[in-house]
Design a protein around this ligand. Sequence first.
Ligand SMILES: [Zn+2]
Length: 479
Amino acid sequence: MKYEAVIGLEVHAQLSTKSKIFCSCSTAFGAEANSQVCPICLGMPGTLPVLNKKVVEYTVKTGLSVGCRIAEKSIFARKNYFYPDLPKNYQISQYELPTCIGGEIHIELEDGSKKVIGLTRIHIEEDAGKSIHGENLGSAGNSFIDLNRTGTPLMEIVSEPDMRTGEEARAYLTKLKSILKYLDIADCNMEEGSLRCDANVSIRPIGQEKLGTKAEIKNMNSFRNVQKAIEYEIRRQEKVLNEGGRIVQETRLWDAAKGITVSMRSKEEANDYRYFPDPDLVPIILSDEYVEAVRATLPELPDAKMARFMSEYALPEHDAIALTAEKAYADYFEEALKGFNNPKMIANWILSEVLSTLNEKQCGISDAGISPSQLAELVSLIDSGKISGKIAKDVYKAVIDTGKNPANIVERQGLVQNSDSGELEAIVKQVIDSSPAEAERYKNGEKRLQGFFVGQVMKLSKGKANPQMVNDIIAKLLG
Ligand SMILES: [Zn+2]
């Protein structure tokens, strides 16, 4: 039997507001346990939550960026459950009337194909605290609670079950993260828990409309792990069905070390939340004027920037997608163009050398060690024929290591390309004299030896010979 997978994602993004959602406590990461709490975020009797306006603004901003309908009226609900890291025994969330409805995210896959993933809703909620178990603190058997995170504002972005593969899920997360970073409202650090993802995965025979029984996978801490967990889960479910078993609805945890998902709880034991409207918080009422005012603050988003890079700079789609994946790359690119206006050459250098430097150093583009104007200067030195492409790579490394400007390095190290025809001809002659056999074969028509001669000339000239001129001279002397 051939199956297809049906995948939906629920993403929790922590909003980067300075204070919590219903009080003025700080949301800074890494502070001493329980140092950022007050009676309101602990939900003590007699306290009243006051909604942080920034949270609404950020959520509306996100909704508008992904084509959601913004609800005129949304309300907060209490989601009741008992858990040690939630002292008031309910979480304030949105249920029947969320702030953003519908919407879509456009994804690009590695083979160049594109797909649109629908969104169900985006709603606002508060985060719970964190339980820390004793084995990490040297006192096994004890458990500790850190409530600093309680009341941190979250957006929950719920997709439609439109994805079919782990790769699509990963592309969706990548695009979503890119949009949130462009909006500058969430830092999306999966390791610090500021972006968390749960995946609902089911399979069904190809051609069947009805959905299969789903498993929810939690505990994935990188985009790569989301993809791997989903791929594993699809294979697991296929195996169960092929062996005549049935899928049970359950929550499963991803074990990254073993590369498998394991059962955490079945539906029978799962929490049965009771929701009801929170009487302490008034409905959020958003006027058209408010929504339009927020829309006016939207920056140019990845898809629009990509289209503009293709039309304005005549870049191929692949380059435009890669350069706009992160706003910082796009800004760097456009800044470099101010120094030297050759979009394709600048793009090539960013997408090859600069990105591999970022990979090596594991840093952002602003810490690469070469500024946009330095890259522009380097590329203009190549374009004007002052240095060869090969020398340029050495100059690039020297800029990264020393912070000096490319022209300065070229001058100090005497790296200027040799375009003196007399000198180059002398070197070519020297090479021909020391390789008489190859010269004879070349004369007899073995033109592929051209590369051999160019290589020898480059060696002798320490990479400084102008390659175009060398080619011409070889052809002239041996032709
Ligand atoms: Zn507080």
